[in-house]
Design a protein around this ligand. Sequence first.
Ligand SMILES: *Cc1c(COP(=O)(O)O)cnc(C)c1O
Length: 283
Amino acid sequence: MLYVDGKWVEADELSVHPEDRGYNFGDGIYEVVRIYKGNIYQWEGHLTRLIRSAREIQLELPWTAEELSTIAHELLAKNNITSDDDATLYIQVTRGIAPRVHDIPSNIRPVIMGFVRRKERPLADMKKGITAQIIEDIRWLRCDIKTLNLLGAVLVKQYAKDAGAQDSILHRNGIVTECSAANLFVVKDNELYTHPANHLILNGITRLDVIALAKSNGFTVHEEPFTVDFLKQADEVFSTGTTVEVMPIISVDGQAVGTGQIGPVVKKLQELFEENIIKTVLV
Ligand SMILES: *Cc1c(COP(=O)(O)O)cnc(C)c1O
């Protein structure tokens, strides 16, 4: 069951208005949230970010944080998500329906839609690592907003796939930003490097988790820009995100990263992340 604009419907019963601005312009925002064993992981972080994204695009949410939380929990209940299930929860808010003009119509009512999908954790890839291709970051200059307008992300991911890799690592003028839908870290001499959280990246909940876990376990974390050349000399590379968790990248542009095997730092961070999930899900 999907939750759409106050109603519960099946996917094949859903119709989209031709002048919903989400449909015409990608004018809206979204979140993808992890469900581990029937429990929502890091809901507060996702909720806070959804509210921030709305504010940044001048979309006034007509729901309180509490109402949004109720919708999320009802989505799990209506879809019979139990403690046996790993899943993802998707929530989007479009600006709403109005005759098509570019500027923001007044008195427009946002449309919310949410669904749940059962989804296993990517345990095999997390063990084995994935391949990536360096691609120019062709996205806009407000990557800090989790907007529905994802054509840039769609294309860079496809360019990586066309080049035979599993994900793209993006750069702007030689500075590494992030992946198509995940944040990027490199490890050099046991220290972590990741792009600072500004308008050029989406500040991931998983990114923040990993930085906090790394710091509290004695790692130095540099939130500073670094180059593609620096990345290519790195000992380890990995991406982070709600669905990819802590994902080792073992080859970049067809060249092995470090030894070409999963490194000790990423392995340690995966263990710490796992403990964090267990701690969060069991309370
Ligand atoms: C969602 C997203 C991420 C990862 O954020 P999480 O909160 O960790 O899921 C990273 N980069 C982009 C571009 C994203 O859209």
